[in-house]
Write a protein that binds this ligand. Structure first.
Ligand code: BG6
Length: 494
């Protein structure tokens, strides 16, 4: 079975930060895959922008090496790779000054044969988003069919997020601004929408009458990966929760939008963000846990602690966080959403687990075994799947013994296709002008509004993050937080 591809019009993509890690690891290999599927028109071109002059030839060599490094060998088609590399160019440019902008303008003009669709991808430090937008306007590079993509982080608090939104909004219309959260491009995240809104089965049960609680875990086995400078000024709450985990929470909790259009979906997500119960100083101790990894072992390999990676003796930054969130509306009153994310955890595992309520009364005796409440597990990575745990009868004679087993929909087994990376899907959505899977200005700001009091409470408490051993599931306080509610983390409940 193969996925149906919707063609996209020719476009010019200008990547600011075109020699950076994101471009080399995700954007360019992703576009190469789109080229393999013949989704890029012959006229489509990619112009990388960075500060230093490196020349087209050297840039192309660098991209070729990056695509080969980040693509399994069987997926390298030399003919397509050559065609892809011919699309590339490089311009050295001063994002905050004047140097290089005229060259970019003339490259895009190409003797009057410009592509009408222009995508400006800002994969730079967020402090450059405003100046770049202003320069794009000054040099008259913004056509009616232009779009701008903003990479995260969009600010580090509400004020800085607003400043970015205002600066970019001064030259682009909101419909032209695509704030990316790559979690929304993950296949299983979109599958959650299909599960909820393309099946009649779940909706009647999707509320506090039937759901006991929800767990959203994004566990990473990686550490800092050379991003210490950024990460230590950010921490897990800003880096993962403000965006990715809150977006997942919104998709689980939102009301059915009346259509799958961008604003209909985003209106519903916004309502959830606004309905989140504030966590401030009085709740911080009972509703949050911060952790920081110490030396340990991941996948059998010894790894250093966070401070050793930083080469410092102290840092107040958390690499792990648990929050107990609550959505204050009729559907979800009294249903906790436990959010958990961390680096250097036992394994890479991202899951949304919907824990249903137990049956009201068991007709089976003790000999039948313990009745376990149903769980719906939407697994984002590493292996995309949806599993629905049910109680069934153990096969065979010898009485009624019950067993908790999953109905297992493993996408790799069910659909024999290569799973596209989130960025591939999202980049094509930008070209098509489809903003459904992107964040609107008010969503980003509402998310910061909820996060800020947590940051303020932590700062006021001035408590060091709780240590956890690399390769574990986080500090013991994270287990204590959920056990206080007589519940367990999903991995302990199986
Ligand atoms: C990024 C964070 O947004 O998401 C990183 O900045 C994190 O710290 C990454 O590692 C995780 O993404 P994924 O797709 O690997 O789960």
């Amino acid at each position: 079975m193969s996925a149906r591809l919707i063609p996209v019009d020719p476009f010019d993509l200008v990547v600011f930060g075109g020699t950076g890690d994101l471009a080399m690891r995700k954007l360019l290999p992703g576009l190469y895959h789109r080229d393999c599927d013949d989704q890029l028109a012959p006229e489509t071109r990619i112009v990388a922008v960075s500060r230093s002059e490196i020349g087209r030839k050297a840039y192309i060599d660098e991209v070729e090496a990056a695509v080969r490094r980040h693509t399994p060998e069987v997926q390298i088609q030399n003919g397509v790779l050559e065609r892809f590399l011919r699309r590339l160019d490089h311009v050295a440019l001063d994002a905050t000054g004047t140097a290089g902008w005229k060259r970019l303008a003339s490259l895009l003009q190409r003797n009057g044969k410009a592509n009408p669709i222009r995508v400006f991808y800002l994969a730079t430090m967020p402090s450059l988003f405003g100046p770049i937008a202003e320069n794009l306007a000054t040099h008259e590079l913004i056509t009616p069919e232009s779009r701008v993509v903003l990479e995260k982080p969009i600010g580090r608090d509400l004020a800085s997020a607003r400043a970015i939104n205002d600066a970019v909004g001064a030259v682009f219309e909101e419909e032209q601004i695509f704030r990316i959260d790559h979690y929304l491009g993950k296949e299983t995240v979109q599958n959650l929408l299909a599960l909820r809104f393309a099946n009649a089965l779940f909706e009647p049960l999707w509320n506090s009458g039937h759901i006991d609680h929800v767990q959203i875990t994004v566990a990473e086995s990686l550490g800092l990966e050379g991003r210490a400078g950024y990460y230590d000024t950010s921490g897990a709450l800003r880096d993962m929760v403000q965006n990715h985990l809150l977006q997942l929470l919104c998709l689980v909790a939102m009301e059915p939008p009346f259509t799958f259009d961008a604003d209909a979906v985003r209106d519903e997500k916004l309502k959830i963000l606004k309905a989140l119960k504030p966590i401030g100083a009085p709740e911080a101790a009972s509703h949050t846990v911060r952790g920081q990894y110490q030396a340990g072992a991941v996948g059998g390999q010894p790894v250093r602690g966070y401070l050793a990676e930083l080469d410092r003796s102290f840092s107040p930054t958390e690499t792990f966080v648990v929050l107990k969130a609550e959505v204050q509306n009729w559907r979800w009153a009294g249903v906790p959403f436990y959010l958990r994310t961390g680096k250097r955890m036992m394994e890479r595992q991202s899951e949304i687990v919907i824990h249903f309520k137990p049956v009201p009364h068991s007709i089976f005796g003790a000999a039948s075994g313990k009745l376990v409440a149903n769980r719906l597990v939407v697994r984002l990575q590493p292996d995309e799947a949806v599993r629905f745990f049910l109680m069934t009868k153990d096969p065979g004679p010898g009485g009624m013994r019950l067993r908790n087993v999953p109905l297992n929909l493993s996408f790799a087994d069910a659909f024999n296709v290569r799973y596209p990376d989130a960025y591939e899907r999202l980049l094509m959505d930008v070209v098509r002008g489809n903003a459904t899977l992107f964040m609107r200005k008010d969503e980003v700001e509402a998310a910061w509004m909820w996060i800020e009091p947590i940051l303020a409470a932590w700062e006021a408490r001035a408590e060091a993050p709780k240590p956890y051993t690399a390769g574990s599931w986080g500090p013991s306080a994270a287990i204590a937080l959920i056990e206080r509610d007589n519940r367990n983390w999903h991995e302990d409940a199986e």
